[in-house]
Ligand binder design. Structure first.
Ligand code: GP9
Ligand code: MN
Length: 618
């Protein structure tokens, strides 16, 4: 004990820095990341988990020459604070923690800047208070310079390791299988701490790179047999209904199902879509399956009928893989394929990835006339985007498959006064309040698009697939969301149900109102679209099934391992009964657990092993 005290005394400046970083991390857990605990042990783990990493990270300063140590210590404190701060900003947007692949998406940085300033607050500088205090202490010289004996280093690192393993052991008691089933980043941060989580994530990422090297061609056979056995034949009523026609896909930014046929301040939010649904096939149990890759994940899932990654974005990490994607297959069948999206071509690495997916053409920002006047938030306003898209569509060889990706209904949901067709909602969440008018605006933009298509004679010869790309309102706004939905709270069950996004399949000439309740997800679109075009991908490797297939299983698997069946919702290791949303015996969900895990595992295997390079068509 006396030797510990002697070390601490000698390393006073270092000990103060450790203390600051430790306490600050814990305070941020509570204030900025809203991490809650349900028992004393959890809270204790949360409280101690930043300590070992603080000791370790700041301890690195001791390896420098004595005269540099102080400045290194302050430097490391600053970098650690930056890491925390970036996580805070990221969390405000995504309700999630940064991962390594996300960090390297530098080409997105420019576009995200606008949202960044929106996410920053004046009080944020408080996060750097300890660095400033350390600086002042150092300038004043009131604290003796760090003087460490060789044994101090050994002592510090042993202490850090000891604390880390004690933390890990407690975490294991609290959360068995924490590191083996790391679907949930919050659980990791909660149990092993922010900095250890980043280190663990780095290990995971490098491991996934290694998987490609060690994958071999025989592995594809197992996956292929699995996928082929799951294949569901097309419903004869739908097979080939789009043959010879153009397929126009609308990827609708941040559109969630809860706004459909719903009102705010007594006004309809999506009047046009509500009408369109009356003449379309509407799927009210359709889920987005994205994670951090957001729009790009949804694109990946739709085009490949495979899952995206649980962290980062496939578009960035696996753009050099071999794929057997929808655009490539359609291209081989004489269909021209394109994407229309008025953003930089490198955003989400689209320029690279679209080549890998086999698109013929990407009409990016350079194909549009984008000015100050016709832009808001993230770029070209949806109405202008759709209007300008008409000429592009007209110029394409037919039949074509074109995906149009909207932009205006994107966080932070900015809109100009002239485009505000309904009033904002009134709650404690500015984000949710503003969401409604931008959704309403997007609805109007889609209406304009349909009007123009009809005027130009493009409507009749096409079929339309409209879907929401991912959620727009994160769990950060649960309080306001509960208020809007007239609920006392948003439970984990509700959170899963809120991941529903609209799927509308519109075939001109159809006047019947058909609501299909089958549980499905974005992963099911590739086989659906292929069947509509008269192609039967029996031998394909795909993890979804045609939403129209008569004997399909009503099921959607989310990337975090949650799943939804006809009668149950499974999330956070709990089984809920649909409808009532009440917890029920886990035995009800158990029969689906293996299958859903297998879907995710096999899909990951294909992705990480780049197994489609061994794929051969029959
Ligand atoms: C960017 C747009 C939005 O081009 O697709 O991307 P998101 O942030 O929603 O993933
Ligand atoms: Mn999006």
């Amino acid at each position: 004990m006396t030797s510990i005290m002697a070390s601490v005394k000698r390393l006073k400046f270092y000990a103060i820095a450790v203390f600051f970083l430790w306490v600050k991390t814990y305070v941020l857990y509570k204030i900025c990341f809203n991490i809650e605990s349900t028992n004393v042990l959890q809270e204790f783990i949360l409280m101690i988990n930043p300590l070992s990493s603080s000791i370790l990270i700041l301890g690195l300063a001791l390896f420098f020459r004595e005269k540099h140590r102080e400045v290194m210590l302050i430097g490391i404190s600053f970098v650690a604070s930056l890491v925390l701060y970036f996580n805070v900003l990221y969390f405000r947007f995504f309700s999630d923690f940064i991962t390594w692949p996300v960090l390297f998406q530098t080409s997105n940085a420019q576009d995200i800047q606008g949202s960044m300033t929106e996410l920053m607050g004046i009080a944020d500088f408080l996060i750097f208070t300890d660095v400033i205090i350390l600086l002042l202490l150092s300038v004043k010289g009131s604290i003796p310079l760090v003087v460490s004996k060789k044994s101090d280093k050994g002592f510090i690192f042993s202490l850090a390791l000891l604390l880390f393993f004690a933390n890990l052991a407690l975490a294991q008691v609290e959360r068995p299988q924490l590191l083996t089933r790391s679907f949930d980043r919050e659980l990791l941060v909660k149990n092993i701490g922010m900095f250890n989580y980043h280190a663990y994530d780095l290990y995971l990422q490098s491991e996934s790179k290694a998987q490609r090297v060690f994958a071999d061609s025989s592995e594809i056979i197992e996956v292929k047999n699995y996928a082929n056995a799951k294949y569901k034949r097309a419903n004869p009523d739908f097979l080939g209904v789009a043959e010879g026609k153009n397929v126009i896909v609308l990827s609708l930014e941040s559109l969630q199902s809860f706004v459909i046929n719903n009102k705010v301040n007594g006004e309809e939010i999506t009047p046009f879509l509500n009408d369109l649904i009356k003449e379309s096939y509407y799927f009210d149990n359709f889920y987005h399956q994205t994670e951090q890759g957001k729009t790009s994940d949804s694109e990946f899932i739709v085009d490949n009928s495979m899952f995206g990654r649980d962290s980062g974005a496939v578009f960035f990490t696996h753009a050099t893989n071999e794929y057997h994607a929808l655009p490539e297959i359609l291209g081989k069948n004489g269909i021209y394929t394109s994407v229309l999206h008025p953003n930089n071509k490198s955003f989400w690495n689209r320029d690279m990835m679209y080549q890998a997916l086999g698109y013929d053409k990407f009409y990016d920002i350079d194909s549009f006339d984008v000015t100050e006047e016709n832009s808001v938030g993230w770029g070209l306003k949806d109405v202008d985007f759709f209007e300008q898209s008409i000429d592009i569509l007209k110029s394409q060889p037919e039949p074509y498959y074109s995906k149009l990706i909207t932009l205006t209904n994107h966080f932070p949901f900015e809109l100009e006064e002239e485009d505000r067709l309904i009033d904002e909602y009134d709650s404690n969440s500015r984000t949710l309040n503003r969401y409604f008018p931008t959704v309403r605006y997007m609805d109007r933009a889609i209406e304009v698009f349909f009007e123009r298509l009809k005027e130009e004679g493009l409507y009749e010869q096409s079929i339309f697939i409209l879907y929401g790309d991912h959620y727009g309102i994160s769990a950060n706004h649960n309080k306001a969301m509960a208020m809007y939905l007239n609920k006392s709270e948003i439970t984990p069950y509700d959170t899963v149900q809120l991941q529903r996004v609209p799927l509308i399949i519109h075939v001109p000439g159809q006047t019947k109102h058909e609501v299909n309740h089958t549980v499905s997800g974005q992963i099911d679109l590739k086989p659906t679209i292929m069947h509509l075009l008269g192609l039967e991908p029996k031998q394909d490797i795909q993890f979804g099934t045609d939403v129209f297939s008569e004997n399909r299983q009503s099921l959607a698997v989310l990337r975090d391992g949650s799943f939804i069946t006809e009668d149950y919702v499974f999330t956070e290791n709990t089984c809920y009964r649909k409808g009532s949303g009440l917890e029920t015996d886990i035995a009800h969900c158990e029969p689906f657990l293996n299958k859903t895990m297998q879907d995710l595992d096999y899909s990951d295997k294909v992705l990480f092993g780049d197994l489609l390079r061994y794929y051969q068509e029959h």
